[in-house]
Write a protein that binds this ligand. Structure first.
Ligand code: BG6
Length: 492
C-alpha cells in the first residue's frame, strides 16, 4: 500500500535499535518501493558525526543485519541520499536550529518523531519539540517500550507526552503486534468458524505462552539490569499476546474496537499480590552454561566484565514464569501460564492451546493413551500452526492409537519473505493507523497488574533463582505447573 511523502526523525539515531531494526526496516521498505521520493530520514544523536559518517555507520549496520541479496546498490543509492545526521542534545531546549532547518518545507507532510531513547527522556524531548515549533498537525510521535518502569512513571510520561501530542498522534510501539504471525492469530481466531465455539473454558484446559530466547543480555546490560524480564517482556509482549488470545471478537478491525477488547482482558486479570506472588510467579537468573553447544557466561559474569571487575550483585531477573488468570465468563478456571527468559535452550515463541481430554475413552487399555488435543501457534521461528490429533496407528495390528500433527508451515505454504515487524509498524505510523499500537489505558492497565508482582518480589528477601544457561529455567518453574498436574510442552 503506498504511503504519502514523509519525514522521519529518529532520536537515539546511533543506538542499537536504530542500527539493528529501524534503519534496516526503512531500507527494506525503500527496496520494495514504498518510500516516496523526497522523503527524509534524520538520525539525531549527541555524537559529533557528519552525515557522511552517519551514513557509513548505517551501512555497516545494514551489512550486519540484512541479507546481502537485499542490499542492492540501486536501493542503497536512493536510501543513503535521504539520510542526514543531526547533532543535538534533545534533552536541552537550545540547539534545535539544525533540525528546524532540516525539516523546513515539510510542514504538510507526515512527520514522525521516533523516540528510541530511555523512557525518562520522552517527556523532555516532547516538550522541546514543541518549543522548537516542529510539532505540526500531521506530526506523530512513536514511543518505544517500556513506557516507564511502573504505573506512576508510565502515567507521568503519558501526561507529559499528552501535553504536546493528542492521543491519535501517539504511537506506543510493541513490536510483537507487528509480527506477521501475531496478526495471523486474529485471522486464525476470527476468519475460521472452527475454533470459536471451542475457544472457552468448556473445551480448553489451559494455555501456555512462551517467548524463549537463546541470547543473553551482553551489551545491553545498562538498560536491562534496571529493567528485568518482567518489565522488558511480560508487561508488554506477553500480555499483548495473552490479550489477542483471550479477547472477545471485536466488532470490527479498527483501532478502538480491537483495543477496547484487549483492555477488557487486562482489566479482568486476577491481581497477583502479597502471598500469591511466591505461589504464582517464579523469577530466575542465568548462570554460566552452554547454549547451542557454545559455552556462555552467567548474567552476573557479564555485568562484572562490563564493569571491568566486580559489579554489585544483581537481583535482576532474566527469566519469569507467571500463572495468570482471566476472570470472566469465557476463561474462568483456565490458567494462562506465561514464560519468558534469556539463555534458554532454543529460540522459540509459541502459544499452546491445550484442549480438555475426551470425557470417556472407548478404547481398550492396550490401545494406548488418548492424548488431549493441542493447538500450537508458532510465532517464531518456523512460523506456523500445528494441531495435534489422535489417529489410528496404521497397519493391520488392531486398533492402536497414535498422536499425529496436522501441520501448517507458513514458509512452505506461502513461500514469501515475512517483513520484519518494524517494517509494517513504521508504515502504519506514517499512514496514521494506530490499531497495532498500545493505547494509553492499555499500557497503564498492564502496569497495574505487573506492579504488585514487582513489589512482592522486592518485599520478599528471595533473589531470583539460579538456572544454568541452556536449560528451561529454575526447577521451581517446572514445579509451578506440575503442582497443577500439568507440564510445559517444550517440544510441542
Ligand atoms: C525486545 C526486548 O522488546 O524484544 C529484548 O527488549 C528482546 O530484550 C526482544 O530480546 C525480542 O524480540 P524478538 O522480535 O527477537 O522476539
Amino acid at each position: 500500500i503506498p504511503v504519502d511523502i514523509f519525514d522521519i526523525v529518529v532520536f537515539g539515531g546511533t543506538g542499537d535499535l536504530a542500527l539493528r531494526k529501524l534503519m534496516p526496516s526503512l531500507f527494506l521498505r525503500d527496496h520494495d518501493g514504498q518510500i516516496p521520493d523526497g522523503s527524509r530520514i534524520l538520525g539525531v544523536s549527541r555524537s559529533d558525526l557528519s552525515s557522511a559518517d552517519y551514513v557509513a555507520r548505517l551501512r555497516a549496520g545494514l551489512e550486519q543485519h540484512l541479507d546481502q541479496d537485499d542490499l542492492d546498490d540501486g536501493t542503497w543509492q536512493r536510501f543513503s541520499a535521504r539520510i542526514a545526521h543531526v547533532r543535538l542534545d534533545a534533552t536541552k531546549a537550545e540547539g534545535w536550529d539544525g533540525l528546524v532547518q532540516d525539516l523546513k518545507d515539510g510542514e504538510d507532510r507526515s512527520r514522525v518523531f521516533y523516540l528510541a531513547t530511555s523512557p525518562d527522556l520522552f517527556g523532555p524531548i516532547c516538550r522541546n519539540l514543541k518549543t522548537a515549533g516542529v510539532v505540526t498537525p500531521k506530526a506523530r510521535v512513536v514511543l518505544e517500550k517500556p513506557i516507564g518502569r511502573d504505573l506512576e512513571s508510565a502515567c507521568r510520561i503519558n501526561d507529559e507526552v499528552g501535553t504536546v501530542f493528542n492521543e491519535d498522534q501517539i504511537f506506543r510501539i510493541d513490536h510483537y503486534l507487528g509480527k506477521e504471525t501475531v496478526q495471523n492469530l486474529m485471522a486464525l481466531r476470527f476468519a475460521n468458524s472452527l475454533f470459536e465455539p471451542l475457544w472457552t473454558s468448556a473445551s480448553i484446559d489451559h494455555i501456555q505462552i512462551t517467548v524463549a530466547e537463546t541470547i543473553g543480555v551482553g551489551g545491553r546490560s545498562g538498560y536491562y539490569d534496571r529493567s528485568g524480564a518482567l518489565r522488558d517482556m511480560v508487561q508488554n509482549h506477553l500480555l499483548q499476546l495473552l490479550c489477542l488470545v483471550a479477547m472477545e471478537p471485536p466488532v470490527r478491525l479498527d483501532k478502538d474496537s480491537v483495543r477496547d477488547e484487549k483492555l477488557k482482558v487486562l482489566q479482568a486479570l486476577r491481581p497477583i499480590a502479597d502471598g500469591d506472588v511466591g505461589v504464582k510467579t517464579v523469577s530466575g537468573q542465568y548462570r554460566s552454561g552452554a547454549v547451542d553447544g557454545q559455552a556462555v557466561p552467567g548474567y552476573q559474569d557479564e555485568l562484572n566484565a562490563e564493569a571491568d571487575g566486580d559489579a554489585p550483585e544483581s537481583n535482576t531477573e532474566t527469566f519469569v514464569v507467571i500463572k495468570a488468570e482471566v476472570e470472566n465468563w469465557r476463561w474462568a478456571g483456565v490458567p494462562f501460564y506465561l514464560r519468558t527468559g534469556k539463555r534458554l535452550p532454543k529460540r522459540s515463541s509459541e502459544i499452546i492451546i491445550q484442549f480438555r481430554p475426551v470425557p470417556h475413552s472407548i478404547f481398550e487399555q492396550g490401545a494406548g493413551e488418548v492424548v488431549a488435543n493441542r493447538l500450537v501457534i508458532r510465532l517464531q521461528p518456523d512460523e506456523g500452526v500445528t494441531l495435534n490429533l489422535m489417529t489410528k496407528d496404521p497397519g493391520p495390528g488392531g486398533l492402536r492409537l497414535r498422536p499425529a500433527p496436522l501441520n501448517l508451515s507458513f514458509a512452505e505454504t506461502f513461500k514469501v519473505r515475512y517483513p520484519d515487524a518494524y517494517e509494517r509498524l513504521l508504515m502504519d505510523v506514517v499512514r496514521g493507523n494506530p490499531t497495532l499500537f498500545m493505547r494509553r489505558d492499555e499500557v497503564e492497565a498492564a502496569w497495574s497488574w505487573v506492579e504488585p508482582i514487582l513489589e512482592g518480589w522486592q518485599r520478599g528477601s528471595e533473589r531470583p533463582k539460579a538456572y544454568t544457561a541452556g536449560t528451561w529455567g529454575p526447577s521451581a518453574a517446572i514445579a509451578l505447573i506440575e503442582r497443577d498436574g500439568r507440564t510445559w510442552h517444550d517440544d510441542a
